[in-house]
Design a protein around this ligand. Structure first.
Ligand SMILES: C[S@@+](CC[C@H](N)C(=O)[O-])C[C@H]1O[C@@H](n2cnc3c(N)ncnc32)[C@H](O)[C@@H]1O
Length: 206
């Protein structure tokens, strides 16, 4: 199996902070970006030389903390769930990254971010709001900046909605498909969706 081979040959983050965040996410059953996804994101930040990141959906701070630990970015991250956000703030403090990660507790649909010079925006929150997030935060992105979206293949279900039994889940994957079509047709961006992690897109602002 290719995945098994890759898991064996690729080096994992050998870092106590990462290990403790992974076990926290696992214990609390909080969804976080996949291992392949976070490696992809970090490599992208390095290739693109991104310095300033806006993240929508912090959860416990795993992706923010890893981006900050393994690159030199500063991050603004938005989380609407107060309980999870407080946990993220604790984790950020424990990792000594409070000076580089600014967590805003708010619904990103209503949050107003004044800066317009982000190099990269990472969208990883409520899938039903992706079109709104994409539209709303485009103005915060520099030209040639990147928008990265996660979960666009949703566990391989987006391409086969008819096989999904739960009505809610079917509605959700239909919304993701709608977003994917929307994304690919944005004329101000060059976009491509990759079968990496749970389905990650890169959109480059023209
Ligand atoms: C998949 S998790 C984020 C995982 C995180 N990026 C990581 O990989 O470590 C999605 C998070 O987005 C938050 N969220 C969902 N909709 C949101 C919104 N409208 N505004 C802010 N946060 C939102 C959820 O509460 C949840 O904690």
């Amino acid at each position: 199996m290719v995945n098994k081979y890759l898991a064996e040959i690729n080096k994992d983050f050998n870092n106590d902070i990462v290990k403790s965040l992974l076990s926290q996410a696992n214990n609390l059953k909080i969804p976080i970006i996949t291992n392949e996804g976070i490696h992809f994101l970090i490599q992208l930040i390095k290739i693109h030389s991104s310095k300033k990141v806006l993240e929508i959906g912090s959860a416990i701070g795993y992706s923010s903390i890893l981006m900050a630990l393994f690159t030199d970015v500063t991050i603004t991250t938005i989380e609407r769930d107060e309980k999870i956000a407080k946990l993220a703030l604790k984790n950020i403090k424990k990792a000594n990254l409070s000076n580089r990660i600014n967590l805003i507790i708010a619904d990103a649909n209503n949050a107003s971010i004044p800066e317009d010079d982000f190099d990269l925006i990472f969208i990883d929150a409520a899938k039903a709001s992706y079109i709104n997030f994409f539209d709303k935060f485009t103005k915060n992105l520099k030209s040639n900046g990147l928008i990265i979206c996660d979960n666009l293949l949703f566990k391989g279900q987006v391409n086969e909605p008819e096989l999904i039994k739960s009505r809610n889940r079917r509605q959700l994957v239909k919304k993701i498909d709608k977003f994917n079509q929307y994304l690919i047709n944005q004329e101000n961006f060059d976009s491509y969706i990759y079968n990496i992690g749970d389905g990650i897109s890169i959109s480059i602002k023209k």
